[in-house]
Design a protein around this ligand. Structure first.
Ligand code: ZN
Ligand code: ZN
Length: 291
């Protein structure tokens, strides 16, 4: 989209639209937009919202009942996936002992072990006199399924893989260097929009660059730009944050929505005025820096 459509922020344009940037002082209130700043810079703030799903895994050796080994080995062929849902999945990726062994945790009653809830009696004291009630853990039998072999009587040593699906959520406004109070206010304002103008939407993976003349310098393209404005530090920071959130295992899926908001920062001593462009309108913010 042509950048001409976006109203670029300047103090003159802000004044034309009736904006003021007031600083209260000993001598009354000053509209800083009418004053020449010490320095000013046209930059971009990036409003980035994203969901990033990654998958990591960890392996451990375990002895499991043969039935469970079969089920978990079958599960390895198609590990499920739920879009943008954190989840945990287990499967068997290696059978370390091809021939199952007899479970040594259930020698008396194969596949079963004494119930720990009632100590194998099947009864539990109610607490009044000598009254007893049937143990719910074993429904009165005194035995429960052997934990070690899962009731299968035979076990195998296997490698169990646990997949973890992580979902990271990002909602952040990356801004040029401004006082923290101004960052807070800009963030609240920009994240407060139900929808930022589509005119400001950008694909962070596709900034524009322009050839810079000589092929021999090695530095043959300009720094990345959006809406004709150099992307600079906030862009680098946004990209690094997305990369960090995508590195927690294998990247499975990523949905990122980004808007580049043209932002003029003008400094008057420690006071910073920021004029943001929402495409067709401007808004001015003022904040004091710390020392
Ligand atoms: Zn019991
Ligand atoms: Zn057992």
């Amino acid at each position: 989209m042509p950048s001409e459509e976006i109203l670029l922020p300047s103090r003159a344009r802000a004044r034309e639209r009736g904006l003021v940037a007031e600083r209260r002082g000993w001598l009354g209130t000053t509209d800083l937009l009418t004053k020449e700043p010490d320095r000013e810079e046209l930059a971009l703030a990036f409003v980035v919202r994203g969901l990033i799903q990654t998958r990591s895994f960890a392996d451990r050796e375990e002895e499991l009942g043969t039935g469970l080994v079969q089920r978990l080995a079958a599960a390895a062929s198609s590990v499920p996936y739920r879009r943008f849902q954190p989840a945990s999945w287990q499967c068997v990726v290696a059978i370390l002992e091809p021939s199952p062994r007899v479970c040594d945790a259930c020698p008396f009653k194969p596949g079963q072990q004494g119930c720990t809830g009632c100590g194998g009696t099947g009864k539990i004291p109610t607490g009044s006199g000598n009254d007893v009630t049937t143990c719910r853990g074993c429904t009165g039998s005194g035995f429960v399924k052997c934990e070690r072999c899962d009731g299968d009587r035979r076990i195998q040593r296997v490698t169990v893989r646990t997949y973890e699906d992580h979902v990271a959520e990002l909602e952040h406004v990356f801004v040029p260097l401004v006082p923290p109070a101004l960052h807070d206010r800009l963030s609240a304002r920009l994240l407060g929009f139900d929808e930022l103008p589509t005119l400001l939407a950008v694909d962070l993976d596709r900034p524009t660059t322009v050839p810079l003349g000589s092929y021999r310098t090695g530095n043959s393209v300009s720094p990345p730009r959006f809406h004709g404005i150099e992307a600079a530090a906030p862009f680098v920071e946004a990209k690094a944050t997305l990369a960090r959130l995508s590195s927690n295992g294998t990247l499975m899926e990523r949905a990122v929505q980004a808007h580049a908001v043209p932002l003029l920062t003008a400094w008057y001593g420690q006071t910073c005025v920021a004029i943001a462009s929402y495409g067709e309108s401007l808004e001015a913010f003022v904040a004091e820096g710390e020392d």
